[in-house]
Design a protein around this ligand. Structure first.
Ligand SMILES: [Zn+2]
Length: 317
């Protein structure tokens, strides 16, 4: 918690970096940007743990990597009294009451599905509760922002999105090509998130969202997670949280206070904003947000909006 407000970080690649560099989540000297110590020091109540895998791998190799990532979470991160996975609304309530860290498992890019809906059902049973449909390339579900074709959801992609709604999984449109975003907004029938994207009107970057997209996401009751990725924040070599605040100002103007949240992308970035180097810098950002927008808006942005979306979408039990 920060000043009595829940804190949720909607996107971090902790598991990917643990694998790639052999880093320990609980290691007191861990080089992770979002290690357990950083998370505890900054009062993060719920963290989204992403399973990102190299897009250059074949779908079956990606599936093995996703399974390895989930296994790593359960063997090296989940720990009673420290980090507890959240599968349902009742888990969410219990973890918030306990004061421990809650973990939402997420997939960044559904390449591993390869057109097979049983992969989605199985990942749900393994605990995945949030899925970014694509990374930057195309897969059997949809095109990412880096695919020149820019197509929307495939027939299979529609089945995936509708099944996610039925199962109780959050759809993440960050990385998705614009047509796919509109398709999701039209058919999902619930709050949609962009877990880690900024405003294209502030900094034109393919990973940032147009005002129309931001408005569309907010209209579903969803949210945009403002992200700390320097290249999405601006062009200059040195960028700070002040530059990020320009995006948040804009997101608030377009989406309103119920539609803006945070998704750091820690451990998915090589360079950082100079004053947001790792999770332990989170409170300084929250302090700035509170001073700039007041306590009620901070409460929503720091965690309230993510918690509302999880409560609306996840299964009850
Ligand atoms: Zn990403």
């Amino acid at each position: 918690m920060y000043n009595g407000h829940w804190v949720v970080d909607g996107h971090a690649d902790i598991l990917y970096r643990m694998e790639g560099e052999g880093l320990g989540f609980y290691d007191p000297d861990s080089k992770l940007q979002q290690s357990y110590l950083h998370m505890a020091a900054s009062g993060i109540d719920v963290q989204v743990f992403v399973t990102f895998v190299e897009p250059s791998l074949s779908p079956s190799e990606q599936l093995y990597k996703v399974l390895a990532s989930l296994d790593r979470f359960y063997r090296e991160v989940e720990k009673p009294g420290a980090v507890v996975p959240v599968f349902s609304v009742s888990d969410l309530k219990a973890v918030l009451q306990s004061g421990h860290r809650g973990a939402i498992l997420s997939l960044e890019g559904a390449d591993a599905f390869a057109g097979r809906i049983e992969v989605l059902h199985t990942l749900f049973r393994l605990g995945v509760r949030l899925i970014g449909l694509t990374w930057n390339g195309a897969n059997s579900v949809a095109d990412g922002v880096g695919e020149a074709r820019g197509a929307g959801l495939t027939h299979f992609g529609r089945e995936v999105v509708l099944t996610m709604r039925t199962l109780g999984m959050v759809v993440d449109v960050s990385h998705l090509a614009e047509r796919g975003v509109w398709d999701v907004l039209e058919i999902y029938g619930g709050p949609v998130v962009a877990s880690h994207s900024n405003a294209a009107a502030v900094h034109a970057h393919r990973r940032n969202l147009s005002d129309d997209q931001i408005r569309g996401i907010a209209a579903t009751g969803g949210l945009v997670g403002a992200t700390f990725v320097p290249s999405f924040v601006g062009d200059r070599a040195v960028l700070t949280s002040e530059d990020l605040l320009r995006h948040i100002d804009h997101l608030l103007t377009i989406a309103g206070p119920d539609g803006v949240a945070l998704g750091s992308d820690f451990d998915g970035i090589d360079t950082t904003l100079t004053d947001l180097r790792n999770g332990s810098d989170y409170p300084q950002l929250l302090e700035k947000l509170e001073r700039r927008y007041g306590s009620d808006v901070l409460a929503k942005m720091a965690g309230g909006n993510w918690l509302r979306v999880f409560s609306q979408i996840l299964p009850e039990q």
